[in-house]
Design a protein around this ligand. Structure first.
Ligand SMILES: [Mg+2]
Length: 315
């Protein structure tokens, strides 16, 4: 058995994992597994393109929102909401190529100034109603990883994961999936738990807060390791299942991210979620160097700064 990664390596690995998963998966977003096989065989290289026609190494909203969330936590770990919110709005104003529908609707409401900078939950609730209760997309899950790395107490991990998920996604399943994923990252980073144990522990802790039924609906198949047919959709429960499959079943970081990305569908987001968890599991050194170097020095600098900030916060 190789020695387990250091905390620094897990934190850096988690952030880089989100970024390279996003950059690899962006090429395959909205494709089917069959169309990917026909065109690529299996895509293992960061080549850009995709429906957004991205340059190689470019990341998308998944990484941007993860970094905004981490930076907002670093601004004030005890009260991150207004800081995360300010950073989300600054990102939208920079004119990114792609923003998810639920996130866009809430950010627009907040940018219009109808709600105060603390009233994200009111805006999210209104968008939830306008979408007829359809706010269980994976747009909160894709950014939640830093919560599991920034706080040292599982109760606080759950509280902050829920607080920050509900800024945009009011459906409880969005918050619950964020709480579970953040607890899995927490257990791997702080308790050195292998992913199967981390998931079982996280499910137990989450059950005590939201009930066993909710956790069974969220991750029953993953807990039983009976995967059935994976659906790489933007529904937070299905995205989480795909990511847990990659984390639990793959032999290493590269395989986890490649297998999940090549399912297609919401490939960039699901590969980002998988890459984040897999990076915490296997550490930064396990991420293929060719993927790390597909990111520009500017991108790597930002990831390193955030990783160092998180390490200073908790180390
Ligand atoms: Mg994306």
């Amino acid at each position: 058995m190789p020695p387990s990664p250091t905390l620094e390596s897990r934190i850096r690995g988690g952030l880089y994992g989100v970024a390279v998963g996003d950059a690899l998966g962006a090429t395959l977003e909205f494709e089917t597994a069959e169309s990917i096989r026909a065109r690529w065989g299996e895509l293992r290289e960061i080549v850009g393109g995709g429906w957004l026609d991205l340059p190689p190494g470019a990341w998308t909203d998944d990484t941007e929102m993860t970094l905004a969330l981490a930076e907002g936590i670093l601004d004030d770990p005890a009260d991150p909401l207004p800081h995360v919110g300010r950073r989300f709005l600054a990102w939208m104003e920079s004119g990114p190529p792609d923003i998810g529908n639920t996130v866009r609707a809430v950010l627009r409401l907040m940018a219009q100034g109808e709600f105060s900078p603390r009233e994200w939950h009111r805006a999210a609730k209104r968008v939830h109603r306008e979408l007829h209760g359809m706010s269980a997309g994976n747009g909160a899950l894709m950014r939640t990883l830093p919560v599991g790395l920034a706080y040292r107490d599982p109760e606080e991990v759950m509280a902050k994961a829920e607080l920050l998920a509900r800024m945009t996604h009011w459906d409880p399943r969005a918050a619950h999936s964020c709480m579970l994923a953040s607890l899995v990252a927490f257990a791997m980073a702080w308790r050195d738990a292998p992913p199967g144990e981390a998931l079982a522990w996280a499910a137990d802790v989450l059950s005590s807060r939201v009930g066993e039924v909710a956790v069974e609906e969220l991750a029953g198949l993953a807990l039983r390791r009976s995967w059935g047919e994976l659906t790489p959709s933007g529904f937070t429960v299905e995205s989480l299942e795909c990511a847990l499959w990659g984390l639990l079943e793959a032999p290493d970081f590269e395989e986890a991210v490649v297998r999940v990305a090549n399912l297609g569908g919401d490939a960039d987001t699901i590969a980002a979620i998988t890459g984040g968890l897999a990076g915490v599991r296997w550490g930064f050194e396990a991420i293929p160097k060719r993927w790390v170097h597909a990111l520009s020095p500017g991108q790597r600098g930002r990831l390193d700064r955030v990783a160092e900030g998180l390490l200073r916060l908790v180390g």
